[in-house]
Design a protein around this ligand. Structure first.
Ligand code: MSP
Length: 513
């Protein structure tokens, strides 16, 4: 059986419609999931919605419907987005499902049985928008560090003994130097833990919209303990529960990667490992924190009215161009800015000119000058042919390492440098000039280019699934000869088959005004 790869997105709060930030996190996971599938892994890709807590309860109240009705509606928007963006998730979890409630109550029981949870009283600040507790000293000008308003909370609460886990967390970080990426963020996590941890309030008693604490109906579980548990729920845990699946749980847990935004790294890299250690469950292998998007240089916020709707991006620029832009424009892990100008430059430069023209030129020449039949590669090849093919054969190894570090921008950059090399090769060997003087050599040159385009398109499938398949269709590549075992020289472009009249895959974008 092939090796398991389990990747998760954060589960999204259903207080609001999906925006570019949500689409970005899930897109990154989708690309990883597709990449790993093509590379022979048995992939489980999970996303979903975080439906409990005070924030959602308040949003439902404001909308004048019950929390359940409200979450049913808004959760659907997130499901619709997965279709619209062509996300290939294998499961979609909602925290209001029975399987999840069972997992939450089980993890609670284990933590309590092992003596890690005890009843006390919480007195302090709470930010509903962040669903986070803050001390007086953490506040900035009377607000949460995120700028969200806080309210004073005084209520009975269960506490998790987080303060006891400092040494074990630090030892775990030391033993697992790749646990958090990027490295700079890992350093922040370590300093936070080194500075000392306080016990964490893990229940709320002043509202009802949550998973009831086992044995104490006055409390619901803190929404973050509830939410984080989704990652194990979906593996079929608890294995002897109604939705249990011991085989699946053992096969896919621990997760290979939790992808998160930088704002929620602490929950995933500190609290979650502490909960898991305390419950005696294995820890995830890696957490990656990506940056935030701004819109034309401005922070995105509802009050500024500049929230970017991913549906609109896909409608305006095309889905694959949007997917490409988001991962190429910004070094993954850094903050990035969306601007119309940058979007159009990527579309017209990288996509329409560099890749689109290359493939359109080569395929049209084959169609017109080789009787629409794919020509064969030269034997032997000359130095220029070999140089190009050795670059494209080398891509898989390089790109695989980059993708394993979540360096999407580097992978795309290196693929594009081979595309540029192919464009220089076309200019240097000038196949159009060979048409009269040496038609055999012309065919060989077009085949070298066809082979280059084949490998590039196969490698681009995770990022631009539809456009890459169009190119592969045009090259006549069988749908079951498109995985990564066909790269790096393992097989070559099949010759002799008829090709259809090629159609451009990447249209130029012309602004309306
Ligand atoms: N429900 C919690 C996660 C629980 S996971 C066990 C949550 N939800 S969220 O809907 O508020 O945010 C989900 C993700 O969207 C976060 O990782 C966050 O970083 C990301 N983004 C929200 N706004 C963003 C941008 N402007 N840019 C990029 N990503 C941002 O937190």
């Amino acid at each position: 059986m092939s090796q398991s790869y389990y990747i998760t997105t954060p589960i999204y709060y259903v207080n609001d419609k999906p925006h570019i930030g949500h689409a970005y996190t899930t897109l990154a996971c989708d690309v990883l999931a597709r990449f790993k599938r093509l590379d022979g892994f048995d992939v489980t890709f999970l996303t979903g919605t975080d439906e409990h807590g005070q924030k959602v309860e308040k949003a439902a109240e404001a909308a004048g419907v019950s929390p359940q009705q409200f979450t049913d509606q808004v959760s659907q928007n997130f499901r619709d987005l997965t279709n619209k963006m062509n996300f290939s998730n294998d499961d979609f979890i909602r925290t209001t499902e029975a399987r999840h409630k069972a997992a939450c109550q089980e993890i609670w029981r284990i933590l309590q049985e092992r003596g890690h949870i005890s009843l006390g009283k919480y007195e302090g600040w709470y930010s509903v928008r962040d669903e986070t507790f803050f001390t007086e000293t953490e506040l900035v000008e009377g607000k949460a560090p995120t700028g969200a308003p806080v309210e004073w909370v005084e209520e009975p609460s269960y506490f998790f003994n987080l303060s006891q886990w400092q040494d074990q967390l630090l030892a775990f970080y030391a033993d697992n130097p790749d646990f958090v990426g990027p490295e700079s963020r890992f350093n922040e996590v370590k300093s936070f833990v080194k500075s000392g941890l306080r016990d964490l309030s893990v229940s709320r008693a002043s509202f009802k919209w949550g998973v009831p604490v086992p044995g104490d109906d006055d409390h619901v579980m803190y929404v973050w303990l509830d939410a984080l548990t989704n990652y194990v729920t979906a593996t079929g845990w608890p294995v002897d529960g109604a939705a249990g699946d011991g085989e699946r749980h053992r096969r896919i847990w621990p997760a290979d990667l939790h992808m998160v935004g930088k704002d929620i790294l602490r929950f995933h890299a500190v609290y979650w490992p502490a909960f898991l250690m305390a419950a005696g469950l294995p820890l995830p292998k890696r957490v990656f924190a990506h940056g935030w998007w701004t819109n034309e240089g401005q922070k995105i916020s509802k009050s500024l009215g500049n929230v970017i709707d991913p549906n609109l991006l896909a409608d305006t620029y095309g889905l694959d161009a949007t997917r490409y832009f988001m991962l190429r424009e910004v070094p993954f892990g850094n903050d990035g800015d969306f601007s119309v100008q940058a979007m159009i430059q990527r579309m017209n430069g990288d996509l329409a000119n560099d890749l689109g023209n290359l493939s359109q030129r080569v395929l049209s020449m084959i169609y017109k000058n080789c009787d629409a039949v794919m020509p064969a590669l030269p034997t032997p090849m000359d130095a220029q042919d070999l140089a190009l093919l050795s670059s494209v054969d080398g891509l898989l190894g390089t790109v695989r390492q980059q993708i394993d570090r979540q360096a999407f921008h580097e992978a795309l950059r290196d693929i594009w440098s081979v595309i540029s090399q192919a464009n220089r090769y076309v200019d240097a060997v000038a196949p159009w000039a060979l048409r009269k003087t040496d038609p055999v050599r012309m065919g060989e040159v077009l085949a070298v280019l066809g082979e280059t385009i084949r490998q590039v398109a196969i490698l681009l499938q995770p990022v631009m699934p539809m456009s890459a398949s169009k190119i592969l269709d045009q090259l006549g590549i069988d749908t079951n000869a498109r995985d990564f075992s066909t790269l790096a020289g393992a097989v070559r472009l099949p010759a002799g088959q008829a090709i259809e009249k090629p159609e451009p895959v990447f249209p130029r974008y012309v602004a309306e005004d």
